[in-house]
Structures are given as structure tokens and as C-alpha cells.
Design a protein around this ligand. Sequence first.
Ligand code: NDP
Length: 451
Amino acid sequence: MADTKVAPPLWGRAHKISPLNNFITASILILSPFWVLYLWACCTHYNCAFSGPAADFLANSGSARDAISFVYSILPAFNTRSLFIYTSWLAFQAILFVYLPGKTGYGQKTPAGHLLKYKVNGLNAWIVTHVLFIAASLVFGYFPLSIIQEHWAGLLVSTNIFGLGLATFAYIKAITYPSYPADNKATGSFLYDYFMGIEHNPRIGDSFDFKLFFNGRPGIIAWTLINLSFAGAQYNEIGYVTNSMILLNILHAIYVVDFFYHEDWYLRTIDIAHDHFGYYLAWGDLVWLPFTYTLQSHYIYRNPINLSQPAFIAILAIGLAGYYIFRNANNQKDLARRYNGDVKIWGKKATVIRASYLTSDGKTTRSILLTCGFWGISRHFNYVGDLLMCFAFGASCGLTMDFIPYYYLFYMTVLLVHRINRDHARCQAKYGDYWTEYCKAVPYKLVPFVF
Ligand code: NDP
């Protein structure tokens, strides 16, 4: 029987923006830098007590002048040395990105039908960076391991300068010199376009890909270095490193190394395959990621506790279970796509929906939607793995009612639930009836019988 399902031709990023969208975008644009500053201030001035700055503000804001001077007193200060360190860091990562060897990877077809090629050398860059950082610090003594923690305030200012500069550059480049004009999505709303980006794959030349570089290198490579630096700072402060700090370093390192080990897979995730490059990714990669994903090591540095052995083992086990789900779910999708559905999953031949969609150049492309394995349990069971890991990261900080250790779990839950809805709308537009069929076969979005 002929396949009568049809995928509609228009898909990709939203192109109609309501006044409410504009309002939300403006609010996030204005509030996000202040939110990161607030979290930084909690940890730096109040031992990571979440209500610290707010309570002090209320107590010290008898007049507008008092309020301003209080806010001024807790802000991080700019310093040229931190700016120099951060500029050198970006330049060093760019050199590694361009010159280190790596295998060739391919993304997913863009809405305009481009299939882009990438040099995948993130793991090499991660190894070279960490070997040099540890050797320069611990073997040659050029700088203390705690150097990042010592410059945390200046780095926050520097990353914001670069993050805002990069988002602005990306906007101007998109409207004046886009790399793949047919993939541009401009809505006519300056705010929304600045925030969500216009260009799908901005590049300099053929190979310096903004999304692959900025999403991974300056922020995710820094993630494990930042943790090490806070561990070094803890050692300087109390003379040893707590097992909570060691556990957190291990769990974060598993996530980060996995990311670079599977960097080829990352080319086909939503970040690279679907998101456009604007403030959300530019500022997000340079500021949000390093300053909020590492809050737990900052917390443990300020609140050094040792976990009991059973707690240590239980938290490690939860983290590893989360990692197992996350990695295997993502692998199942990757394998099924690579071998056109002709694979075994959990010992049985994979069941799939053979879908098709149109790109804006009018060509039909075929794709696979898995309906078995983790993708048969719920439509985003890979996110459950992520959330379990996030819980383990928070629990590494000890049994506490403080919000900062669990901030990342809270944030990821909001991010992933929003992403599920965003992804559902995009897949519905891309696959049409095929997506409806998939949703019937796998009715739950995240947790069976719950959501
Ligand atoms: P997914 O890996 O879940 O990718 C969703 C895409 O996969 C869909 O848009 C669709 O794309 C395709 N797809 C959907 N259903 C199926 C199916 N049944 N079979 C095959 N393909 C399907 O999402 P993400 O890219 O968001 O996440 C990747 C990983 O990264 C996740 O584990 C997530 O938790 C993690 N992550 C981590 C973040 C962090 O900051 N730490 C942030 C975001 C994600 P297509 O158009 O190709 O069909």
C-alpha cells in the first residue's frame, strides 16, 4: 500500500512572534546577566546561601542611595589580568580547534538541505588542555591550581564582555554576511532574532564553525578545569580535598569526557542540528554555562563536608545509573539512524517508523523514528538519565536544604521540559502525520504515566 502520510514543507525555528514572545525575550535578555551575578554573589559573599543577597538588600535599602551603594558593594570588579587570562583562553582554544587533528563528522540536513562537515577534535583539545594546565600548575608551578577560583570575579566580568560581544557580532554577521543564507530565519523582531539567532550555522571560512566551537570548547572544556581549580582552592583553605569535592569532580568529568568522546554524536543533537546562533547560545556558552554549571564545586569549596561511605556510594550509583540511561538512549538513536533502522535493540530487531520530510529546496529526505528501546518508553527518556545525573551532582554537596546544590537540577528540569515542548512542535511541523503516529505509539513525553 502506498504511503499516504505527508510532511509539511515549512519547519525549523518559529517565524511568527507574538507580543508575549517579545516580552518574555526582553525579560530574559535583561534578567539573565543579573541572575548569574546574583548566583555569583550568593556564593562569593554569603557562602552560597541563596537568600543571602536578597535579605541583605532588604536590610540595607532604606533609601535609593543605600540600595545602589549596597548593590555596588557586592558586584564583581573588572580587572585587566582576568581579561587577559580569558582572552588567552579563547585564543588557545581557537588554536586547538583549528590545528589539532580529528576525524571528520557530519551534521544533520539543515532546513535548507545543507549537510555540513566538521572536524571533530574536542577530546584531543580536552586532553591537551588538561595535561598542560595540570603540568603548568602542579609540576612547573607557573600558577596555582586555584587560579580560576582566584579570578572568578574578574572572569565573570570578562566572559560577559565577550558573551555580549559575540551575540552582537553573530547578529550583525547574520544580516550582513551569512554563511548559509537559505538557512537564515529572521522574524522581523529584533529582540527575538538577537536572542534566538538568525544564522543556523555561522562559520568563518569553511571550517571555523561557531556552534561547535563556542558550545563546546570555551565552556565545556573549562567546566572540569573550574572544578579542579575549586578543589585546589579547597586544599589551600583546609589542607585537604573533601570526598564530596572528589565525587563531584568525578561525576562532572564523566559527563564532560563523554561529551567530547561522543562529539560526533553531538553534531546531530538539537543544539547543533536545530538551534540558531544568537545570544541564547553565544552568551549562554560563554557565561551561563561556566558560571552556573559549576555552582556545586563553588558550594563545596565554601561548605566543605565529607560524605559518609554509604552516601558516597549511593550518590555515585545514582549518577552512574543516570549516565547509563543518558548514554545508551542517545546511542540507540544514533545507531538506528546510522544503519537505517537495521539494528538490534535490547536483543530484538528495532521497530521504527520510516518517516520523510521536505527541505526548503523542495527535496524529500527520509528519516527514522525509533519506537523501541528507551525511545519506546517515552519520547525523551534520554532526559531522565540527564536529570538523574543532575540529582547526583546536587546530592554530592551533602544532605542539605540549600537551593544552590540543586539549582542545576531545577534549571535542567525547566530547560528540558521546555525543550520537549519546543521539540514536539518542531517535529510535528517537520514530520507531520509520521510524528502523530509516533506520538500514538509512544504517548508519554518524559516519565511514563506521569508526563
Ligand atoms: P534529543 O537527543 O532527544 O534529540 C531530539 C531529536 O531527536 C528530535 O528533534 C528529532 O530530531 C529526533 N528524534 C525524536 N524522536 C526520535 C526517535 N524516536 N527516534 C529517532 N530520532 C528521534 O535531544 P537533545 O539534542 O536536546 O539532547 C541530547 C542530549 O543532550 C540529551 O541526553 C540531553 O539530556 C542532553 N542535553 C544536555 C544539556 C546540558 O546543558 N547539559 C542541554 C540539552 C540537552 P530529528 O529532526 O533529527 O528527527
